[in-house]
Design a protein around this ligand. Structure first.
Ligand code: RET
Length: 237
């Protein structure tokens, strides 16, 4: 199967994933803020895959092809995933900000690594990996401490956080094996693996998030009951 076919598979899969939050929003209009973030995660990826299918953003770096749309997709949609987790855990603004900054930093370093060759790309990779360690620390340590007592919200957070941590950790590994890294995986294989990874890390995330609609209802109901007391609290750490 040609590479572009895989991009179109990605585009259709992401588009299908976008139907879930749209349906949820029609059913529960009060979930709108949450559903908009979810629809952005898959919807923007559908656009990115469409441009790749059309062959618009392929660039050559050294002897390899880099699909810029993929990195731009990650740059925009991985922060949306982190944002959604923060909307469940509700830490102070400082924590949300540094988590989002760490995420953008990782992807930016990955873009720099993808666009350079030789030793430089390893340096960028190492810097990105360090940023990723900080992000993991935030997702596994800092964010859970901010979670409230509601068991439904806690369980939805843990499910989505675990999907995220497990799947995201495969990206730097696959990147290392790709033509941009040590080159064990050829461009074709790398592309197929990333389409799968993107699909699961986005559509499974969105699907589980929508399945957890009752947890979102509880969060929204708690806000409605105590609108004035939901000022962001200062970080306790
Ligand atoms: C790079 C290289 C630099 C080091 C690290 C990386 C991590 C990438 C990640 C990507 C996640 C992408 C997702 C896409 C969803 O569609 C940039 C490969 C650590 C974590 C979740």
């Amino acid at each position: 199967m040609a590479l572009t076919t895989w991009f179109w598979v990605g585009a259709v899969g992401m588009l299908a994933g976008t139907v879930l939050p749209i349906r949820d929003c029609i059913r529960y209009p009060s979930h709108r803020r949450y559903d908009l973030v979810l629809a952005g995660i898959t919807g923007l990826a559908a656009i990115a895959y469409t441009t790749m299918g059309l062959g618009i953003t392929a660039t050559t770096v050294g002897d390899r092809t880099v699909y810029l749309a993929r990195y731009i997709d990650w740059l925009v949609t991985t922060p949306l995933i982190v944002l959604y987790l923060a909307m469940l855990a509700r830490p102070g603004r400082r924590t949300s900000t540094w988590l989002l900054a760490a995420d953008v930093f990782v992807i930016a370093a990955g873009i720099a690594a993808a666009l350079t060759t030789g030793v430089q790309r390893w340096l960028f990779f190492a810097v990105g990996a360090a940023g990723y360690a900080a992000l993991l620390y935030g997702l596994l340590g800092t964010l859970p401490r901010a979670l409230g007592d509601d068991p439904r919200v806690r369980s939805l957070f843990v499910t989505l956080r675990n999907i995220t941590v497990v799947l995201w950790t495969l990206y730097p590994v696959v990147w290392l094996l790709s033509p941009a890294g040590i080159g064990i995986l050829q461009t074709e294989m790398y592309t197929i693996v990333v389409v799968y990874l993107d699909f699961i890390s986005k559509v499974a995330f969105v699907a589980f998030a929508v399945l957890g609609a009752d947890a979102i209802s509880r969060l929204v109901a708690a806000d409605a009951a105590a609108p004035a007391t939901t000022e962001p609290t200062p970080d306790g750490d």
